[in-house]
Ligand binder design. Structure first.
Ligand code: FES
Ligand code: FES
Length: 216
């Protein structure tokens, strides 16, 4: 065959049927027939570890399977269910909490990685009867409908405003030599990791702007 001749792949009905049959066999054959070991080959679970966390100003000592995410530690071990599990894959932001003041998706980090650190969840923002200014602004601007994303939105916004104050640029910051100005576009970009399926986005932006002292 001429080396310069382009290679063409002819896909026929027979090719499709043969490929599909092979895929079906691979997914339905017993693992032994494929030369794979049993599913429990992974061995015994790792021994539990003890982690000390400062959560909303209170010390907690937890003995956990080291594979426990921070989100599961909060929700399942401490009953702090304000942080939501939306996707469990770092895609929705519903689980956002603050660690040492910085926002993080708690479903993507292991609790044992934060030994000795302080964690702030939505439950730790109000001071008694007094809501955090962002919580009040969300109420005032109807920044939620079903509320499932709201705790993550509020924790994320607190972290985002702190990042902005320290001059951290975002993807839409045009001049990296200047303190970024907090515009609607900046807020939307910086909050883009927090999905709201009720699409309360204009109201969320308004609440954040009010808290940041911007005209709404
Ligand atoms: Fe963590 Fe969706 S639950 S990002
Ligand atoms: Fe329902 Fe955001 S208020 S998902």
């Amino acid at each position: 065959m001429d080396e310069d001749e382009p290679i063409t792949l002819e896909i026929t009905r027979r090719t499709v049927i043969e490929t599909g049959t092979t895929a079906l066999l691979l997914t339905t054959l017993p693992r032994a027939a494929l030369g794979a070991g049993p599913l429990d080959d992974a061995g015994p679970p790792p021994p539990p570890l003890t982690v000390e966390l400062q959560i909303n100003g209170q010390s907690h000592s937890l003995t956990l399977d080291p594979r426990t995410t921070l989100l599961d530690a909060l929700r399942e071990h401490l009953g702090l269910t304000g942080s939501k599990k939306g996707c469990d894959h770092g895609q929705c932001g519903a689980c956002t909490v603050l660690i040492e003041g910085r926002r993080i998706n708690s479903c993507l980090t292991l609790a044992v990685m934060h030994d000795g650190q302080s964690v702030t969840t939505i439950e730790g923002l109000a001071k008694g009867e007094n809501l955090h200014p962002l919580q009040s602004a969300f109420v005032e601007h109807d920044g939620f409908q079903c509320g499932y994303c709201t705790s993550g939105q509020i924790c994320s916004a607190i972290g985002m405003l702190a990042e902005s104050r320290t001059g951290m640029p975002s993807y839409v910051t045009e001049d990296l030599t200047q303190q970024p100005e907090l515009t609607d576009a900046e807020i939307r970009e910086r909050m883009s990791g927090n999905i709201c399926r009720c699409a309360a986005y204009p109201n969320i932006v308004a609440a954040i702007k009010q808290t940041a002292g911007m005209p709404t």
